[in-house]
Design a protein. Structure first.
Length: 142
C-alpha cells in the first residue's frame, strides 16, 4: 500500500517490515493485522488491515462494511509503545536496542546524509568509542 500523509510518502513495498501483530484469521470478520514498518529515513509507520467487523473496516453504505486497510505514521515513542504492547522483550530490543533501565540514555532515530554518517563512523573508530558516545561528545562540545 502507498499513501501520502502530511506531505510524506509511506510505501509498504519500499519500507522495512520490522514487526507485526495479528488477531484471528482472515476468514473471521473480526480479524486484523498490524505491521510496523521503518522507512529509510528512520520514520516509523503502522499498516493495519482487517475484516468488516475490525477497527480497519470501511463503510460501503448504510450499515454495510467491508474489509479495509490504513497507514498511520508513528513517532518513535509511539512505535516503541506499540512494540511494548505487542512484542516480547527480545523482539522489542531487536528493533529499538537494549533497554536501559537507569533512564540515563534514550534511543532516538534521525536521518543524516550518508557522507556525515561515514565521517562519524570514521572519527568514532579513530577515537575507539561507539557512535553513540562520539555523537554525545560532539553535542557536549557544541
Amino acid at each position: 500500500m502507498k499513501k501520502v500523509i502530511n506531505g510524506r510518502r509511506y510505501d509498504t513495498d519500499s519500507a522495512k517490515k520490522v514487526a507485526f501483530n495479528q488477531y484471528s484469521y482472515p476468514s473471521d470478520f473480526h480479524w486484523w493485522r498490524e505491521t510496523l514498518y521503518r522507512k529509510n529515513t528512520g520514520e516509523y509507520f503502522l499498516h493495519g488491515e482487517g475484516g468488516p467487523l475490525s477497527r480497519y473496516a470501511e463503510t460501503t453504505g448504510q450499515n454495510q462494511w467491508e474489509s479495509g486497510e490504513k497507514i498511520s505514521p508513528l513517532s518513535v515513542e509511539t512505535a516503541q509503545k506499540w512494540a511494548e504492547e505487542c512484542l516480547d522483550a527480545d523482539e522489542y530490543e531487536k528493533i529499538f536496542g537494549e533497554v536501559e533501565e537507569d533512564d540515563t540514555k534514550k534511543v532516538v532515530t534521525f536521518s543524516l546524509p550518508v557522507s556525515v554518517i561515514e565521517k562519524i563512523k570514521q572519527e568514532a573508530g579513530k577515537a575507539g568509542i561507539s557512535l553513540s558516545e562520539y555523537v554525545a561528545e560532539c553535542i557536549r562540545r557544541a
